[in-house]
Design a protein around this ligand. Structure first.
Ligand SMILES: Cc1cc2nc3c(=O)[nH]c(=O)nc-3n(C[C@H](O)[C@H](O)[C@H](O)COP(=O)(O)O)c2cc1C
Length: 147
């Protein structure tokens, strides 16, 4: 079983809702998943897992969800060489066409700089998350299949 951590940051609950179904998909795919809000995890804990899945919404104009900012900054101090990773997040392309789901791209870049391998295209959810629950679950399954 692939030891997996899913870390999410969520201001109004959308990323948290997505996380619940992504976890179901990961588990269905055969991963053993620990789920944490980014407020309750330290960067060093990433070293204990083989697969790292990050979920983060985009705020401001192309900024990380608030709770993720310190974690993101601290990521420079950890080596993730040999780890696999995937990122998802909700956004709004109608209101923010120039910064749609930029947090997903930022976290992918950061993971790569720390040595992790991005194993699947990030899941960017546009608008309401409720209609895409099944897609999010399937994405979770695909993450494990991409290992
Ligand atoms: C003030 C504000 C700024 C936002 N900025 C962006 C943005 O730059 N890019 C984007 O794709 N979505 C943006 N959004 C949309 C949020 O990412 C979206 O509502 C998301 O579902 C929130 O997820 P959360 O509840 O998990 O934090 C913004 C929303 C608000 C209210």
């Amino acid at each position: 079983m692939t030891k997996t951590i899913l870390i999410y940051g969520s201001t109004t609950g959308n990323t948290e809702t997505l996380s619940e179904v992504v976890v179901e998909g990961l588990e269905q795919g055969g991963a053993e998943v620990t789920v944490k809000n980014v407020t309750e995890v330290s960067v060093n804990e990433l070293e204990d897992y083989d697969l790292i899945v990050l979920g983060c919404s985009t705020w401001g104009e192309g900024e990380l969800q608030d709770d993720f900012i310190d974690f993101y900054d601290e990521m420079k101090s950890v080596s993730l060489t040999g780890k696999k990773a995937a990122v998802f997040g909700p956004g709004d392309s109608e209101m923010y066409p120039d910064s749609f789901c930029e947090a997903v791209d930022m976290l992918e870049d950061k993971l790569k700089k720390s040595g992790a391998e991005i194993i699947i295209e990030g899941l960017k959810v546009d608008g309401d998350v409720e209609p895409v629950m099944e897609d999010a679950r399937n994405w979770g399954i695909k993450v494990v299949e991409s290992l």
